[in-house]
Ligand binder design. Structure first.
Ligand SMILES: [Zn+2]
Length: 592
């Protein structure tokens, strides 16, 4: 998969990201290590060694023989790591390879030259809050310290919270190690409210105790967001503004804001803006202008219209307000923020996909529209502003010929590509990008033989960013979008005992397909199950069609790698996958 490449994660910094080892083993007999590289840093207390060597001879790690080897001589043992530098020497006959793995603390530690953890001082970036709002301070430091903040002519005492833990990164769930972990340093916190007037500036943190009192200033300045004379209003300038639950890419995505959306700014943090409905967006995706009042709208009547392949629902508004869309298997709920209903009439014609449209006011300033679908399989949606009218387009199912995939367009996205984006690597260094393309082309042939139109995001070793692939999906508007990958694990994973089929979905419209493909491949090909995951990924986030990211096996598992690279197994997999896709479509596409 994508553990080793931030491009695909969308999950922020991974800490122990590897720099790739040399390309491919010269010959199968050579002692070769594909992962980790000769020098590597990790927060993990163990690491797996992915490599290969002459199957006839033992491989030793610091003198200990590697127990399990695949038929081809591949290995994937996990070795424990001590804090600090670990030297691992692999030998086979006269061949020797030395790796230097440095285990660093999973959470920041207090440096020798200070009592405080500098990168934990709050705020790290400039922030602005309105008068009366809570302003909180925090720092990690040595234990049992007497710490206070000086700010805005106030002295704010800090104290440790009852629990001094943090949470591992999201990817820790892939190795079932996502429980809270203790902080290496002691956290201290305290709050006050933003004064309505007076000097502000960056807070200073003072520690009175210890033989060497210390005062440090936080990197970020704190200012008051002025809304007395005017309201700063942000208008979304990009096609789809990325809204989040907080002021950084570590925070979860919420419904993207269509171009033109306007909302009052209620706080800033670094280059992020908090909008009055609660979502955060990057300032660079907006144009900011002063207004004499925050954008608000009423809503009255709503209409619908059928166009080829879609039902378009129009919501006339006075200004483009922020929206939220929540999808379940058979419903889609649209929320209009900063909107007060004056609605008496809704024209919603008899519709091929929508059984009924219900609506309700959510006081004080939201309107909610709930579409009840005729079946529990939706085929996609799009949303845009035309001036101040919101247009929500709901997709109709494809018109398929009987017992054929004619009428279906299936987009296949072979993951990764080019020397810049190898993806995961097998024990002999063989890169995921190549097997993704091989299997995608086999699947393309199988689907075309069943009558489908197939669109490939790449036919060769192209260097495509996830965003480029998503653009292709939004241009092509396929019936289904499938991104094909093979998997790997974070350093703490058990490479030897982790194998199998994994499916990743994001919108409810893709859940049933991901589950069906997973179950079918596991059962019919007798493959292990890695599981079905909800995952915030570029290739699962498109809304225009059910979009699934497939992980068809683990590159770093010695035995499974031999199955992954076996041409006849690849052909069987492609045929089985095509059959499963055909079955799912024929089951879920209502007869014409
Ligand atoms: Zn991948």
């Amino acid at each position: 998969m994508m553990i080793s490449d931030l491009r695909w994660m969308g999950l922020g910094a991974l800490g122990s990201v590897a720099v790739m080892a040399p390309a491919i083993a010269d010959t199968e007999a050579d002692l070769f290590v594909a992962y980790p590289p000769a020098t590597h840093q990790t927060v993990s207390d163990r690491i797996f060694l992915i490599g290969t060597a002459d199957p006839e001879q033992p491989v030793l790690v610091n003198g200990e023989p590697i127990e399990y080897r695949s038929a081809a001589g591949h290995f994937a043992p996990t070795v424990p790591l001590e804090p600090g530098e670990n030297t691992l020497t692999l030998t086979q006959g006269d061949d020797t390879l030395t790796l230097t793995i440095t285990r660093i603390s999973a959470t920041p530690t207090v440096p020798p030259e200070s009592w405080f953890v500098p990168e934990s001082l709050v705020p790290q970036v400039d922030i602005a809050r309105p008068a009366g709002e809570l302003v909180c301070f925090g720092v990690q430091a040595i234990p049992d310290a007497d710490i206070a903040v000086n700010w805005a002519d106030q002295v704010i005492p800090l104290a440790p919270p009852p629990t001094a833990v943090t949470l591992p990164p999201n990817y820790a769930v892939l190795t079932s190690q996502n429980e809270p972990v203790p902080l290496a340093a002691t956290p201290y916190e305290g709050c006050t409210t933003m004064p309505a007037a007076g000097e502000l500036g960056p807070p200073t943190y003072s520690m009175a105790t210890r033989d060497r009192p210390e005062t440090v200033t936080a990197p970020g300045n704190i200012s008051r967001l002025e809304t007395t004379d005017f309201f700063p209003v942000a208008a979304v300038t990009v096609a789809s503004g990325i809204a989040r639950t907080g002021p950084s890419t570590s925070y979860s995505r919420i419904t993207p804001l269509p171009q033109g959306t306007r909302a009052a700014i209620t706080a800033t943090e670094g280059d992020w803006l908090r909008l009055d409905y609660g979502g955060w967006i990057r300032a660079s995706e907006t144009a900011i202008a002063p207004a004499t009042a925050p954008p608000r709208s009423i809503i009255r009547s709503v209409t619908s219209e059928q166009i080829p392949g879609w039902t378009e629902v129009r919501f006339p508004l006075q200004t483009p307000v922020p929206i939220a869309i929540d999808q379940t298997a058979d419903t889609l709920t649209l929320t209009l923020h900063n909107t007060t209903p004056q609605t008496d009439t809704i024209y919603f014609d008899v519709d091929p996909v929508v059984q009924r449209l219900d609506w309700q006011p959510v006081l004080p300033d939201r309107a909610q529209f709930r579409f009840q679908f005729r079946t529990d399989q939706q085929w996609g949606y799009k949303v845009r502003y035309e001036g101040t009218t919101l247009v929500l387009a709901l997709r109709h199912p494809p018109a398929l010929a009987t017992d054929s995939l004619a009428g279906a367009t299936i987009l296949l996205d072979p993951g990764h590509g080019s020397e810049n984006d190898l993806g995961a690597r097998g024990p002999n260094g063989y890169p995921e990008k190549d097997v993704n393309l091989v299997v995608s082309q086999l699947l393309q042939a199988e689907l075309e033989a069943r009558g489908a139109t197939v669109v490939m995001t790449r036919e060769g070793d192209d260097d495509l960013f996830p965003g480029d692939r998503v653009d292709i999906i939004n241009q092509v508007e396929p019936t289904l979008a499938l991104s094909l990958h093979y998997n790997a694990l974070p350093d703490a994973g058990d490479a030897l005992n982790t194998a199998g089929i994994g499916m990743f979905w994001y919108h409810a419209q893709a859940h049933d397909l991901s589950e069906f493909l997973h179950n079918t491949l596991v059962q019919d090909l007798d493959r292990p199950s890695y599981g079905v995951y909800w995952n915030n990924l570029a290739l699962t986030r498109p809304t225009v069609a059910p979009s699934v990211l497939l992980e068809l096996g683990f590159m770093i598992n010695p035995d499974e790698f031999e199955w992954i690279t076996d041409p006849s197994a690849q052909a069987t997999l492609a045929a089985e996958l095509a059959e499963a896709i055909a079955q799912w479509l024929n089951t879920n596409v209502p007869p014409q």
